[in-house]
Design a protein. Structure first.
Length: 202
């Protein structure tokens, strides 16, 4: 009598990842919008906590600037991610894939570096400036070139790693995680620098 071993169930994180990839394939626009909204809102929240600016901002905020005890910048970043950043990235890469369908992958990659990455970063800088009560055009002109240098370098390194180490279905979650990590670091450093410039900062 042959003994049949029970199939091993994947671990819970693996099940979540598989479910996410399935949703990404069946409902790409909605999934990218929700992912962007959640990650950008969480990124702003963690940056405030890590830079020790959340408690100070909470104390200074008016009642109409908070909802469910969340700073309005967290909510605005989440809304920006859901309504603008996620859908914009989906549309841009869909257009790129259609335009370079019969071209080499490296030509498509260079086009993404020269077209999509600048658009992504310019829109993000403008949105962040508006959320922070700054002038969007001034902020973009001041920060676009150093931001692009970092974005280009990071995009090249992460793309090479993904192509060497990961299968294509895992690329989107990987790029989302890397973008979240770099964004969190940059956002936290910016908030710390701003806090140190304040006259009453210890």
């Amino acid at each position: 009598m042959t003994a049949h071993s029970k199939p091993v169930k994947p671990a819970f994180p693996t099940l979540l990842l598989m479910l996410y990839i399935t949703q990404l394939n069946t409902h790409p626009l909605k999934t990218k919008a929700i992912t962007s909204g959640v990650l950008l809102g969480l990124q702003e929240f963690l940056a405030q906590v890590l830079s020790a600016t959340r408690s100070k901002r909470k104390g200074k905020s008016k009642q109409n600037e908070q909802y469910l005890n969340l700073d309005n910048r967290i909510i605005k970043m989440a809304l920006y991610g859901f309504f603008i950043n996620g859908p914009m990235n989906y549309v841009l890469f869909e257009l790129l894939n259609k335009s370079f369908r019969d071209r080499s992958k490296w030509l498509k990659f260079i086009a993404s570096l020269l077209i999509i990455v600048p658009i992504q970063n310019a829109v993000l800088l403008a949105a962040t400036a508006l959320i922070n009560g700054e002038q969007a055009v001034v902020s973009v002109k001041r920060s676009i070139y150093p931001t692009l240098k970092s974005a280009w370098m990071g995009t090249v390194l992460t793309t090479v790693f993904a192509q060497k180490a990961l299968s294509p279905p895992y690329w989107d979650p990987f790029f989302s995680l890397v973008g979240f990590s770099f964004g969190l670091y940059a956002n936290t450093c910016q908030k710390i620098a701003q806090r140190q410039k304040e006259p009453n900062s210890g």
